[in-house]
Write a protein that binds this ligand. Structure first.
Ligand code: UFG
Length: 331
């Protein structure tokens, strides 16, 4: 297959690119490197630096290669940042997708796999979230993704664009070969931040709120290994190309861990004490997000391999210890 991966130099996109090329697909990555890294695009994928909003560039790419499928990852994705600068999120995320869909339509490329998020659900009273759970985003990031999902769905109705929307829960870990991993500046995600203590880069962790209505008062999240998430994308592509109906899937482990439990697991894994301070709640944070992944297991036959927290922490630890400066200084 000829595949365009928009945002394929980022943490999640790069893991999907690697699995696609490992499966012998021909992959072109378009990424503006705002948060991604050219070094994260593993060979033989082709990397092109550019912005998804640049329709002239998109037209050039689409006229040179007849794409079978487009994967969309190019988005700002920090809950915290989106609370401070919502217009950045609506502009980049939503208008970038519109440009891509316009050009896809012009060139009659009608298949898209879209990277969405559990942040579309917001605060829900349902302990286990299914794809039918009401979407009430609690932050502009989640709202922008919900808008993008809706845009894709209307393009399905109007132009017969076929889609799979994957709503990721909390993605963590790194590729097992140790070549690619997570490298954000600044890092805001819990697991890499906690690992910074035993790595000697940070002295303590601030837990954002201890008075949530959860098992220990700290927020609860569902952590899914990035390698299992990548596998879900390949299954979603095969599903669409086999002529199946466009749809939405949650991708999570169906287990909730509190922020405190994550810290304790890293302490146990690294055998090092992680000092904790309690801070105020972070604006825009839902109290708990746990996926039902029943649908993706039943319909796509997705079988995650790395379901325990230790394998997530182990792969992340290997990446961070072998790449103390992330991709910096790499060829
Ligand atoms: N947390 C802390 N201290 C920190 C960092 C995080 O207490 O220093 C807490 C957060 O408040 C949150 C939990 O740890 O409750 C996880 O935080 P992350 O920043 O790792 O992840 P989020 O749940 O905020 O968001 C992530 C992705 C989003 C995605 C969402 C889906 O960043 O893009 O998961 O659940 F939408």
């Amino acid at each position: 297959m000829n595949i365009l991966v928009v945002g394929g130099a980022g943490y999640i996109g790069s893991h999907i690119v690697k699995q696609l090329t490992d499966s012998n697909h021909k992959v072109i990555v378009l990424d503006n490197l705002q948060t991604g890294h050219a070094e994260a695009v593993t060979k033989p994928a082709t990397f092109i630096k550019g912005n998804v909003k640049d329709k002239a560039l998109l037209r050039e790419l689409f006229s040179k290669t007849s794409f079978d499928v487009v994967f969309h990852f190019a988005a700002n994705s920090s809950v915290e940042e989106s609370m401070e600068d919502p217009l950045l999120y609506f502009d980049n995320n939503v208008s970038g997708l519109i440009a891509l869909l316009e050009v896809m339509n012009e060139f009659a490329v009608k298949t898209i796999i879209f990277s969405s998020t559990a942040a579309v659900y917001g605060d829900t009273s349902e302990e286990i979230i299914t794809e039918d759970t009401e979407t009430t985003p609690k932050n502009p990031y989640g709202e922008s993704k919900r808008m993008m999902e809706k845009i894709i769905q209307w393009c399905h109705t109007a132009y017969d664009i076929k889609y799979v929307v994957l709503r990721y829960f909390n993605v963590a870990g790194a590729d097992l070969a140790g070549v690619i991993g997570e490298d954000h500046h600044p890092e805001t995600h819990l697991i890499p931040i906690v690992l910074e203590v035993p790595l000697g880069k940070r002295n303590f962790i601030t837990i954002f709120g201890d008075d949530y209505d959860t098992k220990d008062g700290t927020t609860v999240r569902d952590y899914v290994h990035v390698v299992d998430l990548a596998t879900a994308h390949l299954l979603a592509m095969d599903y669409l190309l086999a002529g199946n109906d466009s749809t939405i899937f949650n991708v999570g482990s169906s287990t909730g861990f509190s922020t405190l439990e994550i810290i304790q697991s890293v302490e146990k894994y690294t055998q090092q004490k992680i000092p904790v301070k309690y801070g105020s709640r972070r604006e825009g944070d839902p109290h708990s997000l746990i996926a039902s992944s029943k649908k993706i297991k039943e319909v796509l036959g997705w079988e995650p391999l790395y379901t325990d927290l230790d394998s997530i922490i182990d792969s992340a630890w290997k990446w961070h210890t072998s790449h103390p400066n992330g991709y910096k200084n790499e060829q």
